[in-house]
Design a protein around this ligand. Structure first.
Ligand SMILES: Cc1cc2nc3c(=O)[nH]c(=O)nc-3n(C[C@H](O)[C@H](O)[C@H](O)COP(=O)(O)OP(=O)(O)OC[C@H]3O[C@@H](n4cnc5c(N)ncnc54)[C@H](O)[C@@H]3O)c2cc1C
Length: 481
């Protein structure tokens, strides 16, 4: 090979950029990771957004996918400062009457609490939880012939179904509500095919790994990844926003931790016309409106379970949540939106001054919406926790436009790097033999716009780096599964 400044350059330091950088550096290459902002981390940054000493997660907060990531598990992240804290209860789902359905770490406890739906829950989940070690490589990677076709077929039959159709297995409002909250993470109408997939994965991983939060803030995950990368000899350059390939030092491969829209701007002139056409047709889904609060005390939920849970899904019944998600997909703003809320400081005292608390929440909104949903979100919290509003000391909000300004990967506020519906499940970001390889030699995409999609797990970065290592450097990486 001709001499270059670096073997590989990674653009963007989100979890996938960091994962790609580590995979390539571990294979013995010289790697430069460049980041447009002053600090690294992408969706893993934390900051004092409201008042001094109140530490808020700007984007991701709850980390079942990080805890269950086969790639992260292969790294010595504890030695680099990462400590996961497990709330008593992974997730709770309150109802108007003050009760709540609960996702416990234990599948038996979860099903037991669902009463008449105990066996329906076990029937849906127990095989999948048992078979997860055999199918996770196929679920968390690009489309290929599965290693365990029968197990994978059983997962796919459920994952490809709509949340609405699988909800028919349940009879109680508790089980249906819990299911709606989990599957609404798919950010699409619950009647859509594939809308069950993310909910199933979150529940399986919840039972196997929990839904932890990192001590100190989500940035602790990015810091641990970066620290390990540097310990391997990798280099990081922040405050280096890439507008054009001509800004970069020379290298044999470039991996982009960015979405198709930006990729076209930076490297479009290198691509074939068909690949450019494919990227232009890539679709984004709903956006989010986010609030962080500094609070004078814990949120006074009516339900005891909610007071012990890291994550709360606020939306009451299946029907209410399904209506909310459908309206958003039609470009409307529901009066009672489904709200995802996290209360990290209850379990991690480093996040707020003594006696005070933080809370993090968002609701889905139409892509590109500039509507301020503060009133609607606070109304939903107050509905299940009367007295909440009096606790608010300060708040910080971000609409979809501010979200995209903060990170150009969140196009129109879509936090998953593009919709994961039936049309795009297997073709992110384009229908190709490898989704990570662009049509230009040496250029790869490694962001959440590739399989397996959004969330903090680093698997997109790991798979993209594996592909580049094989193509460009003729190196094979040991599997992390
Ligand atoms: C509000 C919100 C809540 C979320 N909650 C959760 C959660 O609780 N759990 C979870 O698992 N996931 C959550 N997510 C999703 C998760 O954060 C993302 O899926 C994940 O961060 C995607 O990782 P990535 O590496 O693909 O890209 P990103 O994390 O988006 O990182 C991309 C990086 O590239 C940089 N960059 C972009 N363009 C350029 C350029 N031209 N030059 C140089 N640098 C550039 C950006 O500054 C950024 O640092 C949430 C996201 C948001 C926004």
């Amino acid at each position: 090979m001709n001499r270059r400044d670096y073997d590989a350059i990674i653009i963007g330091s989100g979890p996938n950029g960091l994962a790609a950088a580590i995979t390539m550096q571990r294979a013995g290459l010289s790697v430069l990771l460049v980041e447009g902002k002053a600090s690294i981390g992408g969706g893993l940054r934390s900051a004092e957004l409201t008042l001094p000493y109140f530490v808020h997660d700007i984007c991701s907060a709850i980390h079942p996918l990080a805890a269950g990531s086969p790639f992260f598990k292969s790294l010595p992240l504890e030695q680099h400062g990462l400590e996961f804290i497990h709330p008593d209860i992974a997730a709770a789902h309150p109802f108007d009457n003050g009760t709540a359905a609960v996702l416990y770490r234990s599948m038996a406890q979860t099903s037991e609490a669902l009463g008449e739906d105990k066996f329906a829950y076990l029937k849906l989940m127990s095989q999948l939880v048992k078979q997860w070690p055999q199918i996770r490589a196929d679920v968390l990677g690009p489309l290929r012939f599965p290693k365990h076709p029968l197990y994978m077929a059983s997962f796919s039959l459920k994952a490809l179904a709509s949340a609405t159709s699988l909800a028919k297995r349940f009879h109680s409002k508790e089980a249906k509500g819990l299911w709606a909250g989990m599957t609404a993470h798919s950010m699409q109408p619950l009647s859509n095919a594939t809308s069950s997939a993310i909910g199933l994965v979150l529940m399986i991983v919840g039972h196997l790994e929990g839904w932890p939060i990192p001590k100190g803030g989500s940035n602790a995950i990015a810091n641990a990844l970066a620290s390990y990368f540097i310990s391997l000899g990798g280099s990081i350059k922040s405050d280096f926003y890439v507008h054009s390939l001509s800004q970069l030092p020379t290298s044999h491969a470039i991996l982009f931790d960015i979405g198709p829209k930006q990729l076209l701007k930076i490297a479009g002139h290198k691509f074939s016309s068909i690949y450019k056409w494919q990227l232009k047709r890539y679709r984004y889904g709903m956006g989010v409106f986010k609030i962080d609060w500094a609070l004078n005390g814990p949120i006074p939920f009516m339900s005891m379970a909610c007071k012990r849970a890291g994550t709360i899904h606020l939306g009451n019944t299946f029907e209410e949540i399904a209506t909310s998600e459908r309206m958003i997909s039609e470009g409307k703003h529901p009066e009672n939106p489904f709200v995802l809320l996290a209360q990290q400081s209850l379990f991690d005292p480093t996040r707020a001054p003594e006696g005070k608390q933080t809370a993090w929440a968002y609701c889905h909104v139409p892509n590109g919406s500039e509507v301020d949903m503060t009133r609607q979100i606070e109304k939903q919290v107050e509905r299940f926790a009367p007295g909440f509003r009096e606790l608010v000391l300060a708040k910080h909000v971000m609409n979809t436009v501010q979200m995209e300004e903060y990170n150009p990967n969140y196009v129109g506020g879509d936090i998953n790097g593009g919709i994961i519906d039936a049309g795009q499940l297997f073709t992110r970001p384009a229908l190709r033999l490898s989704p990570y390889k662009t049509s230009a030699k040496g250029l790869y995409i490694c962001s959440s716009s590739t399989p397996p999609g959004g969330g903090v797990h680093g698997m997109c970065g790991y798979h993209a780096a594996k592909k580049a290592l094989r193509d460009v450097f003729n190196k094979k990486v040991t599997d992390v599964y």
